[in-house]
Design a protein around this ligand. Structure first.
Ligand code: HEM
Length: 215
């Protein structure tokens, strides 16, 4: 599609433009969602009751809440992009002059016990019946400029998690939750999210192989 795309003047995209588009899709789109899914499977493998509820759910309310909770607990980009102040700005009683880089930490906001009681607990129920707050849930950044692929990423995660938990029982490969490690631009499970998959019912080898690669 990119090769066939044309600018308004009819010219094709230059090699540099094509390269930049592909790098954006790869770095901003692939690595983030893949790392977020890795955290999802790392957590789900330790919470069989959550998995069972996901398997038995008819709609996707609990699945959506589970994904919101994963993004709250383990934002793969721990902060939004820094903003450069152009004029004096007052935030929370602090006055910042022009020329200051301001950085909203998703990790800190999303672990504030005043906003999320028992913030280190994995509890999808937090988001049942209530949507994430615009300023209190910012794994995709916030404000007027935020992640371009947020809806796409949420949809992708829903499809992958639903398919995987319906077909496989998940079991943690290690006793302890995995530590966080830096992987390129994202914060990911340091052990690579090792999870043991056990097929719930026998399926054609080719189908299973396709999904086994996911986790
Ligand atoms: C779970 C998955 C993802 C997470 C956690 C995530 C997170 C973020 C964050 C925190 C930003 C910075 C926002 C800001 O401070 O301005 C961002 C920007 C961006 N993301 Fe994502 N992202 C995800 C998936 C995706 C996907 C799937 C795509 C593309 C298909 C994508 C494309 C972009 C682009 C192009 C920007 C730059 C937007 C701009 O500066 O105008 N992201 N993302």
């Amino acid at each position: 599609m990119l090769l066939e795309a044309r600018h308004e003047d009819g010219s094709p995209m230059s090699p540099q433009e094509l390269r930049d588009e592909l790098m954006t899709a790869l770095v901003a789109g692939h690595e983030t969602t893949a790392s977020q899914l890795a955290w999802a499977f790392e957590h789900l493998s330790r919470f069989p009751c959550v998995v069972e509820r996901l398997v038995n759910e008819d709609d996707d309310e609990y699945l959506t809440a589970t994904i919101y909770e994963i993004l709250r607990l383990r934002p793969v980009l721990p902060n939004a992009e820094p903003r450069l102040s152009k004029r004096p700005v007052n935030i929370g009683g602090f006055e910042y002059p022009p020329g200051v880089l301001l950085l909203a930490s998703a990790f800190l906001v999303q672990h504030d016990p005043d906003i999320y009681p028992d913030p280190y607990a994995f509890r999808p129920e937090r988001f049942l019946g209530s949507s994430p707050g615009t300023y209190t849930w910012i794994p995709f950044g916030g404000g007027r400029r935020r992640c371009l692929g947020a809806s796409f990423a949420l949809q992708e995660m829903k499809i992958v998690i639903r398919a995987a938990v319906r077909r496989f029982a998940l079991q943690a490969a290690g006793d302890r939750p995995e530590q966080t490690g830096r992987r390129s631009i994202t914060f990911s499970p340091a052990g690579g999210a090792s999870v043991i998959l056990q097929e719930r019912s026998p399926r054609a080898h080719s189908d299973a192989r396709e999904l086994a690669g996911v986790a």
